[in-house]
Design a protein around this ligand. Structure first.
Ligand code: ADP
Ligand code: MG
Length: 142
């Protein structure tokens, strides 16, 4: 889907996106979020968290790299939010338990800055691309 949206539409965009994502049967489901700083990757991740019924506040994982949340969703029981912005290659995912994480069933992984960890992203990942469309709007393609 290609769409230009304002912040008011973010929850609708998140819900549409979740409808488009097919959960993997026995492994985690990986969604990558590409786009410049401020393109709306974290804001969209927060809306996806709300749509999944995450009760905790989803904060940007820029400094902690990875955060894990329990959901109230029928398809995904766990949301894992990763920001690879500060990582210097796929090797830096290893200490985070990346391989194990990819094998977790009923887990939705949202990964910001997949370009930073090239080579670590399985082909089955669901790519989302975001970009600025003026100050108030964003373009999304998935
Ligand atoms: P990123 O994680 O891609 O660096 P953020 O989500 O942290 O970006 O920041 C996006 C900023 O842009 C937020 O302050 C948000 O409120 C603002 N914004 C304005 N319009 C939109 C929109 N349509 N969608 C998402 N964010 C928007
Ligand atoms: Mg971010």
């Amino acid at each position: 889907m290609k769409r230009i949206y304002s912040i008011d539409a973010i929850d609708a965009v998140a819900e549409e996106l979740l409808r488009a994502v097919s959960p993997q049967e026995n492994t985690a489901t990986l969604v990558t979020l590409s786009g410049d700083l401020g393109a709306g990757k974290t804001t969209l991740s927060q809306a996806i968290g709300r749509a999944l019924g995450v009760k905790e506040t989803i904060v940007s994982p820029t400094f902690v790299i990875m955060k894990r949340y329990a959901t109230k969703d029928a398809r995904f029981s766990t949301l894992v939010h990763i920001d690879a912005y500060r990582l210097k290659g796929k090797g830096e995912l290893v200490p985070l338990g990346w391989e194990m994480l990819l094998r977790e069933p009923r887990t939705l992984i949202l990964l910001e800055w997949p370009e930073r960890v090239e080579g670590a992203i399985p082909k089955i990942a669901f790519p989302i691309v975001l970009s600025h469309e003026g100050d108030e709007e964003r373009y999304i393609d998935f």
